[in-house]
Ligand binder design. Structure first.
Ligand code: SF4
Ligand code: SF4
Length: 368
């Protein structure tokens, strides 16, 4: 068995479903990525601009590097919702995949070293500065789709990617495309916000995933009702995709995090000081307590309940974050504005509010 085949075999032995090799060089999507940045479609993700150079050229991440081992780990599971029906992107329902993939990549690096693959290495999972979909497509792990994700014939869009940059000169496993979207455009038609403005192109500030995970500020008012039930991420473009309709149920792999198995939006809104402990080991820590409470408040405005009304009134008066008070005001006005008690509470809160931005938003809420 040659060195490349052995490296791929080891990747499978440590538990990855997919493995391939790409050259450590700018991938085909490099120019597209730079245009996307130049057009400002990355929103407030300034780190993408900061890391532009090494994202485009992965050789800058590991000067001694020769190859990228691209790996995939499937996470397909049936539809996922919180006990109260609010939605969370399926990939985020269980243990944090960054830890799982990171540990497996480290294990793979140790196994490779034990078999004489010498030299430095570097692992990358998700947030790292690598155009992972493009490298993975080049290595034969799937094809880049009109939904701007990577599709695999067996797993559809439901798999994580990781990369191990290594100093060994392996032979690239470039292969013919693993499929194509053909004439389908279901994802473009289904996107609730038209964030998929052209095939394979996403305007991040319009995307629900970006707004509920990456955006640290207020969700634009024009997008709020389009969040619908989505309190963290959005799977709409993946769920409508014909690829991945018959994927295996692998929910056991990542499990369901206790904070998502037992709790609903009201408890998210009320998480307070216990947030870090409650969401430890979950991808939902990324938007922090404030962002997750903001999302919960907005979705409670889209799916009104009596319990939600009480939680929003409490947050309106007592939440320390202007972001959460502002979102609570919007939701109370939208979902319960006809209730005289709610209107009185909004007027009272407006009179007491110390943040100028929240006061201006409350004026709009009261007027609307
Ligand atoms: S994740 Fe949701 S909002 Fe974003 S592009 Fe896909 S369907 Fe549109
Ligand atoms: S929904 Fe259709 S167009 Fe969109 S990614 Fe899937 S196959 Fe491609």
């Amino acid at each position: 068995m040659d060195r490349t085949e052995r490296a791929l075999e080891l990747a499978r032995e440590v538990g990855f479903d997919l493995a391939g090799v790409a050259p450590l060089a700018p991938p085909p999507a490099a120019a597209r990525f730079e245009r996307w940045l130049d057009e400002g479609r990355h929103g407030s993700m300034a780190y993408l601009e900061r890391h532009r150079e090494r994202t485009v050229d992965p050789a800058l991440l590991l000067p001694e590097g020769q190859s990228i081992l691209c790996v995939g780990l499937a996470h397909s599971r049936p539809d996922f919702a919180l006990p109260d029906g609010a939605r969370v992107a399926r990939y985020a329902a269980g243990r944090d995949y960054h830890n799982v993939l990171g540990k497996r990549l480290e294990k793979l690096a140790r196994r490779l070293a034990a078999e004489g693959f010498d030299g430095p290495w570097r692992k990358v999972v998700d947030a790292g500065p690598v155009l992972e979909r493009s490298h993975a497509a080049r290595a034969g792990l799937g094809f880049e789709s009109r939904a701007a994700n990577l599709l695999h014939p067996d797993f559809g869009p439901w798999f994580f990617l990781g990369e191990l940059l290594i100093a060994e000169p392996l032979v690239p496993t470039e292969s013919p495309p693993a499929g194509s979207c053909g004439t389908c455009r279901a994802c473009l038609d289904a996107c609730p916000t038209d964030a998929l403005f052209a095939p394979g192109r996403v305007h991040a500030p319009d995307c629900i995933s970006y707004q509920t995970i990456e955006n640290r500020g207020a969700v634009p008012r024009s997008l709020r009702e389009h969040l619908g039930d989505w309190a963290f991420g959005c799977d709409v473009c993946s769920e409508v995709c014909p690829f991945g309709k018959d994927t295996p149920d692998l929910s056991e792999r990542f499990g369901t995090h206790p904070a998502l198995a037992d709790d609903g939006l009201v408890s998210w809104l009320d998480a307070g000081e216990g947030f870090s402990e409650r969401f430890r080991g979950s991808p939902l820590q990324r938007p922090r307590r404030e962002g997750l409470a903001r999302n919960a408040a907005l979705v409670l405005g889209n799916r009104p309940t009596e319990e939600g009304r009480r939680a929003l009134l409490k947050a309106l008066s007592f939440d320390p974050s202007p972001l959460v008070r502002e979102a609570s005001s919007w939701s109370l006005a939208r979902a319960h504005g006809a209730d005289h008690g709610v209107r009185a509470a909004l007027e009272l809160a407006r009179g007491r509010e110390t943040d100028d931005g929240v006061r201006r938003a409350m004026d709009l809420d009261l007027a609307e």
